[in-house]
Design a protein around this ligand. Structure first.
Ligand code: GRF
Length: 203
C-alpha cells in the first residue's frame, strides 16, 4: 500500500516508521517548522505543509488534505503526532486504513498530555495504543496495545522515555500488519488473521 504519515512535531515515530521500510510516499505536516519534515527530507520522502489558517473551517482543511492524498495515490494513512482532529471528510475516505498512535492505554487518558496525567495519577501501568481513527477524539476501534510500567522512582522523563520506546516498537509493526492485510476493519470490528498479532513479538 502507498502510505502517508501525518505529523506536527518531533517525528520520532516517523523515524521508526521510515526505518521499518514501510512504503511511505508522503509526509504531511500542519506546521511548517515541524522537525519531522526535515527527517522526511533526509529519507528522500516528499513532504507537504497544510496550514489550518488558510482554510475557512475544519472540513475545508480536510478537503484540501484529501486532494493532496489523492494526488499522491495514498491508500493508507498513519497519524504520528498529528495535532488535529479529522472530520468525516477524511475518516470516511480511508475506512480501515487510517490509524493513530496514542500514549496511553485507551480508553484511559484520551486527549492531550496523556503521559503527564497518568504520571500524576501514579498509575501502576500505562502504555500505548494503536487505533483506527473515527470522527471522535481518540475513540476509534483499538487495534493493538502495549502496556508500560511506571516504576516507583520514575520521573516524568523516565516514564515518557519508556512510553516512546514502546511506541517506536509497536507502531511500525502494526502498520506493517495492516499493510499486508493481516489486520482489517470488517463489519465494524477489528479482525486479525494468523499473522495479524505478529506485533506482539515485535514483528
Ligand atoms: C507520540 O507520543 C504519539 O503517541 C502522540 O504524539 C507523540 C508524537 O511524537 N500522538 P513524535 O513526534 O513521533 O516524536
Amino acid at each position: 500500500m502507498r502510505w502517508a504519515v501525518l505529523v506536527s512535531g518531533t517525528g520520532s515515530n516517523l523515524a521508526a516508521i521510515l526505518e521499518s521500510k514501510l512504503p511511505v510516499e508522503l509526509v504531511l505536516s500542519n506546521r511548517a517548522d515541524a522537525p519531522a519534515l526535515d527527517m522526511a527530507r533526509e529519507h528522500g520522502v516528499p513532504t507537504r505543509v497544510l496550514l489550518a489558517g488558510h482554510y475557512a473551517d475544519r472540513r475545508a482543511f480536510d478537503g484540501a488534505l484529501c486532494e493532496i492524498l489523492e494526488a499522491f495515490g495514498i491508500e493508507a494513512v498513519a497519524l504520528a503526532g498529528f495535532l488535529r482532529w479529522l472530520t468525516r471528510v477524511v475518516v470516511d475516505r480511508y475506512p480501515g486504513t487510517l490509524l493513530n498512535l496514542h500514549p496511553s492505554l485507551l480508553p484511559a487518558y484520551p486527549g492531550l498530555h496523556a503521559i503527564e496525567r497518568a504520571f500524576r495519577d501514579r498509575v501502576l501501568w500505562t502504555g500505548v495504543t494503536v487505533h483506527f481513527v473515527d470522527e471522535g477524539h481518540d475513540s476509534g476501534p483499538i487495534v493493538a496495545q502495549s502496556p508500560v510500567p511506571r516504576y516507583v522512582h520514575d520521573t516524568l522523563a523516565d516514564l515518557s522515555e519508556r512510553i516512546h520506546a514502546a511506541e517506536h516498537q509497536l507502531y511500525p509493526c502494526v502498520l506493517h500488519a495492516v499493510d499486508r492485510g493481516s489486520v482489517i476493519f470488517h463489519e465494524g470490528r477489528v479482525c486479525y488473521d494468523e499473522e495479524g498479532t505478529a506485533w506482539m513479538h515485535g514483528r
